[in-house]
Design a protein around this ligand. Sequence first.
Ligand code: NI
Length: 228
Amino acid sequence: MLVCIPNVLDAAQLVSLRERLERANEAWVDGRVTAGYQGAPVKFNQQVDERSDVAHACQRIVVSAIERNPTFISAVLPNVVYPPMFNRYSQDMKFGAHVDGSVRIHPRDGRKLRTDVSATLFLTNPGDYDGGELQIEDTYGRQSIKLAAGDMVVYPATSLHQVAPITRGVRTACFFWVQSLIRDDGQRALLYEMDGAIQRLNQTGADEQARRSLIGSYHNLVRQWSET
Ligand code: NI
């Protein structure tokens, strides 16, 4: 399931992030430092050293935003969020087709995190660069994603994906992975759909007994399917 989530960051948060990233200078390193054997030969971009102070400050802004975003919570059902990372692509940079690594080591506490969901949060307005689409192969074919600054896409980490070459400007983005409470993408999709229906029934004041029963079923499915 691929979900685009609008307005994850507001204008003030975007300005704050962009200023920090523009001033980061020496914290920008070759993106291949974190690529695995599959990604390294096709990865041509830069990213902020995840141990740097600027990375930590930017991570706090993004994490506090996603933790408060009801669509993110509903679609991803996060268990552990890998600290967000920041990358940029300038002229001719790209990231060829790859699947993200299945396991990552959490940089702070060393625990292993299974990557169930991949996320890209766009930080540059689409009008400021050409190319740079995030192209994701999903069940229904290739999706080409290029969102407004502050919007985010979440998709199964099992998907083959790539970032098309930049032909003008610079594309800056935030990306991260999540270990979900629900490992299976199909089960997550069902729960997301069910939660959406419950929210709409809540808003329209539908039959209370039926709503209670549906909410109960939702939680009982999460209880049955989740792992922590
Ligand atoms: Ni990737």
